[in-house]
Design a protein around this ligand. Structure first.
Ligand code: C5P
Length: 221
C-alpha cells in the first residue's frame, strides 16, 4: 500500500479519528490528524492573548508556529516544542478552533504541511476538507456522519473518560455551533467530496465501521 491515500472527513464526533487510527495501523499507513494542527494554532493564539477575531495577527501567529505531529503510538502534538497533546482538547480550544480554521492564510499554511506529510508515503488523513481540497486525488474518500445526538454522546463520553467535568448539554451545544461554523465558512467548508462514500455510523460499532472501510480499501488497491 505504498502510496495509498485514504481521506476521512465528517463533522465532529462522527468517529473519524478512532477509525482512521485503526485503519492506518491495519494497512500500515501513517495517520495524520489534521484537526490537531488547527487546534494547536488555536491553542497558541489563546495563550498569546491575541483576540481570535484579529485575522491578520492570528494569520501571523500561524505562519510562525511550528506544529509537529508525532507518528509514534503516543501521537504527541508539539507546538513550538511544547507538548500540547492534552491542552488542545480543552473546551476553550474546541470553541476557538473553528474561528481560526476559517482564515485563508491559516488554512494555506496548514494544508501545505499536510500535503508535505502525504509525500512521505501512504496515509490516512482525517479532517473536514481532505477529500475536497487537501488530497483531491485520494484513492478512497469516506465521509462519516451520525445523528447529532449520537455524536454529542460520543464526545461527552470521551471527555468524561478523560476526567473532564462537562455537561452533556454544553458538549452538544458547542458541537452544533462548531459544525455550523465549519459548514458555513467560505473557504474549504465541511462537505463531502463529489466522489466520497458517505457512511452513517449511527448504531455501528467501531469494529463494524473499520471492517467496512477496510473492505472499501481492498477494492481500490
Ligand atoms: O477534527 P477536530 O474536531 O479535532 O477538528 C477541530 C477543528 O479544526 C474543526 O472543527 C475545524 O474547525 C478545523 N478543521 C478544519 N479542517 C480540517 C480539520 C479540522 O477546518 N481538515
Amino acid at each position: 500500500h505504498q502510496a495509498l491515500q485514504i481521506a476521512i472527513d465528517g463533522p465532529a464526533g462522527a468517529g473519524k479519528s478512532t477509525v482512521a487510527k485503526i485503519v492506518a495501523k491495519q494497512l500500515q499507513l501513517f495517520y495524520l490528524d489534521t484537526g490537531a494542527m488547527y487546534r494547536a494554532i488555536a491553542y497558541k493564539v489563546l495563550k498569546s492573548g491575541v483576540s481570535m477575531e484579529e485575522e491578520a495577527r492570528v494569520s501571523q501567529i500561524a505562519k510562525h508556529t511550528e506544529v509537529v505531529l508525532d507518528h509514534s503510538e503516543e501521537r504527541t502534538v508539539w507546538c513550538d516544542g511544547e507538548d500540547v497533546t492534552q491542552q488542545i482538547r480543552s473546551p476553550e480550544v474546541s470553541r476557538a478552533v473553528s474561528v481560526v480554521a476559517a482564515y485563508p492564510e491559516v488554512r494555506e499554511r496548514l494544508v501545505e504541511l499536510q500535503r508535505r506529510e502525504a509525500e512521505r508515503g501512504g496515509v490516512v488523513m482525517d479532517g473536514r476538507d481532505i477529500g475536497t481540497h487537501v488530497l483531491p486525488k485520494a484513492d478512497l474518500k469516506i465521509f462519516l456522519t451520525a445523528t447529532p445526538e449520537e455524536r454529542a454522546k460520543r464526545r461527552w463520553k470521551e471527555l468524561k473518560m478523560a476526567g473532564k467535568d462537562v455537561s452533556f448539554e454544553e458538549v452538544a451545544q458547542d458541537m452544533v455551533q462548531r459544525d455550523r461554523e465549519d459548514t458555513e465558512r467560505e473557504i474549504s467548508p465541511l462537505k463531502p467530496a463529489g466522489d466520497a462514500i458517505i457512511l452513517d455510523t449511527t448504531g455501528l460499532s467501531v469494529d463494524e465501521l473499520v471492517a467496512k472501510i477496510l473492505m472499501l480499501a481492498q477494492e481500490v488497491v
